[in-house]
Design a protein around this ligand. Structure first.
Ligand code: 13P
Ligand code: ZN
Length: 276
């Protein structure tokens, strides 16, 4: 079922010391696999569409797919806009029925990030939609130089108070994408500091792929309530499609779907996700 109160789901995860996976869908197949796996496992899901993937599937198509699939199953499903880069895009997502949006103004300075996030929060709360924001910056190792910036606990607390956001993405040493030089070393001291400073705000970890099961399990236990995974699904899918025994396109689709399902089931275990 489509869940409107994402914060409630994430606060339960925080109290229960587990995390809910945020899975990025890029087409009907991936969205269906994520929802079916949630249903079969009887576990919550954050079904995420990232603005950057609009070349694969438009926001309008993503909203239709997300609303249809979330309505079809009993599993609690949050339809989330991931990395909305402009307030206008977040507004469009809300109008189309997304129940949660991320406004990513993390590349702006503190005041700019607060101003942009606050504007989206005001509009979202009027509509009963919840907002994730980011302070500090989770970069991408695909870029020539990593531009990640750690989140500072006291800055995080000030940011939430000023912006009114419902959940907060923090930067503690992960990065987006596949080009990771080994398992990253996460700064759990920073995570504990942020979690202590924000007992009422669910924290989000971006760049979950390639972070290592031990790191992610620890994050879920020690203060992160939502973990974003994208790349690992599509690396596994590509491997399955390239397997020499793949007979034809139809078989490749089945194999890629199975590979995506396996990664999701794996992360449900690693994150300790519980039935609501
Ligand atoms: P990865 O692709 O590194 O898993 O990052 C996912 C993410 O943060 C989506 O917002
Ligand atoms: Zn991200």
């Amino acid at each position: 079922m489509l869940v409107t109160n994402a914060k409630e789901v994430l606060m339960k995860a925080k109290a229960g010391k587990y995390a809910v996976p945020s899975c990025n869908f890029i087409d009907l197949d991936s969205a269906r696999v994520f929802c079916e796996t949630a249903e079969r496992s009887r576990l919550p899901l954050i079904l995420s569409f990232a603005e950057v993937h609009q070349t694969m599937i438009s926001l309008e198509e993503a909203a239709l797919v997300g609303k249809y699939l979330s309505g079809k199953y009993d599993a609690p499903i949050i339809l989330h806009l991931d990395h909305g880069m402009e307030p206008e895009y977040c507004m469009r997502a809300m109008e189309l029925g997304f129940t949660s949006v991320m406004i990513d103004a993390s590349m702006m300075d503190f005041d700019g990030n607060v101003r942009v996030t606050k504007g989206v929060v005001q509009e979202a709360h009027r509509r009963g939609v919840q907002v994730e924001a980011e302070i500090g910056h989770v970069g991408s190792n695909a870029a020539e130089s990593d531009n990640s910036l750690y989140t500072q606990p006291e800055e995080a607390a000030r940011f939430v108070a000023l912006s009114g956001c419902d959940s907060l993405a923090v930067s503690i040493g992960t990065s987006h994408g596949v080009y990771k030089t080994g398992t990253p070393k996460l700064n759990f001291e920073v995570l504990h500091g942020i979690a202590d400073a924000l007992p009422e705000t669910p924290l989000v970890l971006h760049g979950g792929s390639g972070t290592g099961d031990d790191n992610l399990a620890r994050c879920a236990k020690e203060g992160i309530s939502k973990i974003n995974i994208c790349t690992d699904f599509y690396v596994a899918a590509l491997d399955a499609a390239r397997a020499p025994e793949t007979a034809d396109y139809f078989a490749a689709k089945e194999d890629t779907n199975a590979a995506i399902r396996k990664v999701q089931e794996h992360y449900y275990k690693v994150f300790g996700t519980k039935t609501l």
